[in-house]
Write a protein that binds this ligand. Structure first.
Ligand code: CP
Length: 336
C-alpha cells in the first residue's frame, strides 16, 4: 500500500513520487539537453531519483504517479539501454507506453518527422521520447508539439538523460560532484554523451579532462576555455588519468578509421585504451564509466570493464530511476 504523500517547499526533495504537486524549482516542459539546467534543477533530479530508487527497492516496483499518461518512444536509430529503460520507467510509474518502430511505421512511406509527431499527439501522447540521427530533431519536435519531448540522443549533439544518469552514478559513489576530476577518453567529436556530460559535470563543479586523438576533438575546443573554464585537454592518456576520481571511456565507432580519422584501430588501442596499468594512475577508488555499448578490447580492456572499479552495470540500472524521475518531473503533476 502506498504511503501518504507530503510535499515540502522548493527546493525540498519529493519524499514520495506518488505526490501530485510539483516542486516549483522545476521549469522544463521538455528535456532537450542539459545545457540550460541549473545546479538546483540537477539537485532536484538527484533527489527525485533517490525517491524513485526507493520505489524500485520495494517488492512491487510500481506507483500510480503517471496513471492515465501515455509515453511514446520514437526511435529512428537503434537502442538497447535508453529505449528499454524509458519503457520500464514509464511502466513503473503506471503510464501507458507505446513504441513506434520507424521501420514498421508510415515513416517507411515517406511520412515526415513532424507528421509522425502530430499523429502521436493526436492519438494522445503526453511525452514523446525521441532518438534521431539528425542533431536538433528533438528541438524541431518541441517547437511543433504540445506534448513533452525528451531527447534520447540526437546525432552528435546531445544525450541529456545519459549524462544525468552518469552524473547520478558518480554522485551516488562519491557523495558529491564538485571538485572531482572526471576524465573522458575517446571520440569526443562524435559523442553526444560527451557533449552533454561536459555541460552537466561542469555545471555541478567537476573539473573535466578530455583525452582524444586531435582528429576526434571538436575543432576549437582548446580555445573555448572561457566557455568551459573547468575543461582541459590532455592528449596523453597516462597524464590525463593521473589522480582522476572517475574515468569515462567512449565507444569507438569502427567507421572512424574508414573515414580517415584514425590510422588504425591497433594504434588507437595502443594510445587510448583504458587498461589496468593506465587505470592504476587514477585514484585507487576511481570509478570507471562507459555509456555503452562497449567495444571490449578496443576502448576498454575486459579486465577494466568488468573490474572492481567499473560501475557500468550500475549506470544501466540507474538509468531506469533517473528516467522515472525525469518523466515524473515533466508530467507527474499535470492533470489530464
Ligand atoms: N547509452 C546509450 O545510449 O545506449 P543505447 O544506444 O543502447 O540506448
Amino acid at each position: 500500500m502506498m504511503s501518504t504523500l507530503r510535499q515540502k517547499e522548493a527546493p525540498a526533495l519529493p519524499k514520495n513520487p506518488d505526490a501530485t504537486a510539483k516542486t516549483p524549482v522545476w521549469r522544463h516542459s521538455h528535456i532537450l539537453d542539459v545545457d540550460d539546467f541549473s545546479p538546483q534543477e540537477i539537485e532536484l533530479i538527484f533527489s527525485t531519483t533517490d525517491a524513485m530508487k526507493e520505489v524500485l527497492s520495494r517488492p512491487i516496483k510500481k506507483v500510480p504517479a503517471l496513471r492515465g499518461k501515455t509515453i511514446v518512444t520514437l526511435f529512428y536509430e537503434p537502442s538497447t539501454r535508453t529505449r528499454i529503460s524509458f519503457e520500464l520507467a514509464a511502466k513503473n510509474l503506471s503510464a501507458d507506453t507505446v513504441h513506434l518502430s520507424t521501420s514498421a511505421s508510415s515513416v517507411t512511406k515517406g511520412e515526415s518527422l513532424i507528421d509522425s509527431l502530430s499523429t502521436l499527439q493526436a492519438l494522445g501522447a503526453n511525452v514523446v521520447v525521441i532518438r534521431h540521427s539528425q542533431s536538433g530533431a528533438p528541438y524541431l519536435a518541441a517547437r511543433y508539439l504540445e506534448a513533452s519531448i525528451v531527447n534520447a540522443g540526437d546525432g552528435w549533439h546531445a544525450h541529456p538523460t545519459q549524462a544525468l544518469l552518469d552524473l547520478y552514478t558518480i554522485r551516488e559513489h562519491k557523495g558529491k560532484i564538485k571538485g572531482l576530476k572526471v576524465v573522458i577518453i575517446g571520440d569526443i567529436l562524435h559523442s553526444r554523451v560527451a557533449h552533454s556530460n561536459i555541460w552537466s559535470l561542469t555545471t555541478m563543479g567537476a573539473a573535466v579532462t578530455l583525452c582524444a586523438p586531435p582528429t576526434l576533438l571538436p575543432a576549437g575546443l582548446g580555445h573555448e576555455q572561457k566557455h568551459f573554464p573547468k575543461v582541459s585537454l590532455e592528449p596523453d592518456i597516462e597524464r590525463a588519468v593521473e589522480s582522476a576520481d572517475a574515468v569515462m571511456t567512449l565507444r569507438l565507432q569502427r567507421e572512424r578509421q574508414q573515414s580517415g580519422l584514425l590510422p588504425s584501430l591497433r594504434e588507437y588501442v595502443q594510445l587510448y585504451q583504458l587498461n589496468e596499468s593506465r587505470l592504476a594512475r587514477a585514484k585507487p577508488d576511481a570509478l570507471v564509466l562507459h555509456p555503452g555499448p562497449v567495444n571490449e578490447g578496443i576502448e576498454i580492456s575486459p579486465g577494466v570493464a568488468h573490474g572492481p572499479q567499473s560501475v557500468i552495470d550500475q549506470q544501466v540500472a540507474n538509468g531506469v530511476a533517473v528516467r522515472m524521475a525525469l518523466l515524473y518531473l515533466l508530467v507527474g503533476g499535470k492533470s489530464i
